[in-house]
Ligand binder design. Structure first.
Ligand SMILES: [Zn+2]
Length: 324
């Protein structure tokens, strides 16, 4: 069983299976008006149900774009179908992580997996989009944060739209993911010279009620900033208590701490966004080394205190608050 209570109910999304694009669980709506093509993806990870709640809610309300085109996709539907509240951490993916396969080298390879087949269906929508919102949640109980991609590769665009949205409180960019390309880093999204912009929201702990609210609120604010919906249409669905306009904080992740031994343990039960005031403060024991804060005011980002991990797993990311 999970250490966290399951406050959210995974919606039955089978009514959306047919889609209207020829690809299951992908819907596209054209306003007939000029404007960008905007894509919102839920359940890139099968057990992150807040995104399914938001997209299912949006489709059920029959909301339609007022400008441009809107693509709504449920990502890893095979993993989502395996959701079991009795074992809620077991269906992140079926064969491999859908959010590490978005490089052409992987998509165009001879490799096969449930996730690669799905990514090959979805990639034409990703490549059409001018804006992408990818909706996720986290293993640990941590404040919502926006993953803005990789420093120097489009992160500034992602930070900028997140500031206009006014959510969430924390905006993070990092140094990339060695295990494979994330959807938000694909192609022109990672080109600072291109206007194409992609963001990934981590709405909170996977199963906390707040994550469903954050997912809906973020979706509606994103659609206003892309011009897809008018403020008049979207604003009644905002959660004013989630608005951090003018108070958002940017975290620049400088390094990832990878498990180098089967003996890895944190010195405290960190959950994320703790700030260690002094350089040298201990964070974890990694084999025979002590991991310490590399500078004053080190921020811990998404510590992995899952019981199962391997040597090579990223256990925590370390960053600086850069706008204080
Ligand atoms: Zn995720």
């Amino acid at each position: 069983m999970s250490q966290y209570p399951i406050e959210l109910q995974a919606p039955d999304i089978r009514q959306w299976e047919n889609g209207n694009t020829g690809v299951p669980y992908v819907w596209e709506f054209d306003s007939g008006q000029p404007g960008p093509t905007v894509m919102v993806q839920a359940v890139t990870h099968g057990n992150e149900i807040c995104g399914a709640i938001a997209v299912d809610w949006f489709l059920s309300k029959k909301l339609l774009p007022e400008a441009g085109k809107l693509i709504l996709s449920f990502g890893n539907v095979a993993a989502y179908a395996r959701w079991n509240p009795g074992n809620p951490a077991a269906n992140r993916y079926v064969d491999q992580d859908l959010n590490r396969v978005w490089g052409d080298d992987v998509l165009n390879s001879d490799e096969d997996s449930v996730e690669l087949r799905r990514a090959r269906e979805l990639v034409r929508f990703v490549d059409q989009a001018d804006y992408i919102l990818d909706i996720h949640s986290m293993h640990e109980h941590c404040a919502p944060l926006m993953v803005c991609g990789t420093d120097g590769k489009g992160a500034d665009k992602a930070v900028s739209i997140s500031r206009r949205m006014g959510v969430p409180e924390y905006l993070m960019y990092d140094t990339g993911h060695p295990a494979g390309l994330r959807m938000i880093e694909r192609g022109a999204f990672a080109d600072p010279a291109s206007p194409k912009t992609a963001i990934l929201v981590e709405c909170g702990q996977h199963w906390e009620k707040l994550a469903g609210d954050v997912a809906k609120d973020t979706l509606m604010r994103f659609l206003v900033q892309t011009g897809t919906l008018s403020l008049a249409t979207a604003q009644p669905h905002f959660y004013p208590n989630l608005d951090y306009s003018g108070r958002q904080r940017v975290i620049a992740v400088t390094e990832a701490v990878v498990a180098e031994s089967e003996k890895f343990s944190f010195v405290k039960p960190f959950t994320g966004l703790e700030v260690l005031a002094k350089k040298g403060e201990p964070i974890a024991i990694n084999g025979d080394k002590t991991v310490t804060a590399p500078y004053d005011n080190t921020v811990l980002v998404m510590p992995s205190v899952a019981k199962q991990w391997r040597i090579g797993t990223t256990m925590v990311r370390l960053g600086r608050l850069i706008n204080d």
